[in-house]
Design a protein around this ligand. Sequence first.
Ligand SMILES: *Cc1c(COP(=O)(O)O)cnc(C)c1O
Ligand code: SF4
Length: 512
Amino acid sequence: MGKEMDWGTLLRESAANIRQLSLYYPVEKDVAKLTRKYPMRINPYYLSLIKEREDAIWKQSMPDIRELEDEEGVPDPLHEDEDSPVAGLVHRYPDRVLLLVSNRCAMYCRFCTRKRGVGDPFKRIKKEQALKGIEYIREHEEIRDVLISGGDPLLLKDEELAFFLERLREIKHIEVLRIGTRVPCSLPQRITDGLVSLLRRYHPLYINAHFNHPGEFTEESRRACSRIADAGIPLGDQTVLLKGVNDSVDVMNAMIRGLWSMRVTPYYIYQADLTKGTKHFRTDVDEGIEIFKSLKFHPSLPMPHFVIDAPGGGGKIPITPECRFYDDVNGNDIKALNLESLEYNTLKSGLEDARGKVAEIIVIELGEIEDKEDKGVYELLKQYHPIYINMHLNHPDELTDDVKRVSSMLSDAGVPLGNRINLIEGVNNDPKVIKELVLGLLKLRVKPYYLHADREKDGLAIVNSLRGFTTGMAVPHLVVGDRIICPNYIVEKTSEKIVLRNYQGRTFEYPI
Ligand SMILES: *Cc1c(COP(=O)(O)O)cnc(C)c1O
Ligand code: SF4
């Protein structure tokens, strides 16, 4: 169903009211009242993913009367409206802002944090408002990174989106642009060739998608992610832990494996926010931590941060527990290749070898990048996706013109690039040096995955100096020996609440 339709038609054919929904499923009368308060939209594509009543897709999209029965949550748990110097722009962290450009989405997720505004025709975001936000960004030179969100920015028409991106790219102090969108998952048909060829004009541009369940990995969503990755756009994912949807080790492991196979970097896993109307989705914090500990992470592939977005607006605070890498990293779907360089023949035989062993994901760890003018290498890489390349840059002085050129060609060949840093006394054991390195890497579309340190204390000091002050994308996971360690931001934990400390030292409570 909906497979051959273009995205505009799919949106128009959505079930957006009870009458339309009842064409597919019997609907209770109360639901009409509910959808006047919290809009519904399920497009035929997303609807076609439902296999049975109450499955993970159903729960995310079907209005549920319990949304009206939640007396605990608050409409704006993250105080976005308060941290907003101009309407539609949230300036919470020193160096980056959230810019809302649309309040519409391809599907209205029942658990949405912005339930208070998405889909409401009276809360449409006008072009003039977004332009005021852009004016604010122009006047604030400390902003280096703009996260364009909504609603869903990709519900804008290509020209509208290009208009905003153009204005933002004119601003000299903006280094990185990001788009937060659920479209690769909820309406993958929106990811057209035209759209990606438009987006790739604004590099470094990142896209963060939002998948919550392996049932959302389809031929269509794979094609959408491929198109984005092939355009050299680093693709990340943010997943919300949701009760009855994905709160199990097996489901989350399948999520991570699936994301890797689509060249999507798992970025954040969120504890659900305290949004009014979403209580029935909230999982227990300790359960989430237990699930996270059991996930199968790989030493050269990206792993997510598990975070609570602090109620009251303190920002995202990690509650990532101590973990270990999964032992059997060369299982039957991952093949780690250690190559000295990107020499064509060695590369080709390595990739063939990986393919022969049902390698779904091929990891190449490179000690150093060779200066390659040879286009053949890049053409070769394109034929063997998914391929990840891990670099090993330890110091900003290593971001030479050669490295810049090669990494840009690799990105354009659709290869997600990661980096491992070794913390070395006298070389880079200095927060300023590491900060310059990680922000430099992000400008090159390279994500710092891991920071290896001999002494835990040194590594923690570095991570603490980055967290919050820079984007989470710049914060590597600390590895000491065989342990993956996150600084402890939990100040106190009782049977009722957890008290968290944010990067500024302020404390926030989240009820358990
Ligand atoms: C999530 C968020 C950001 C971006 O955070 P990163 O860690 O950089 O991904 C920026 N501003 C606000 C208000 C946010 O909620
Ligand atoms: S796509 Fe994002 S903004 Fe839109 S309803 Fe879903 S969670 Fe909310």
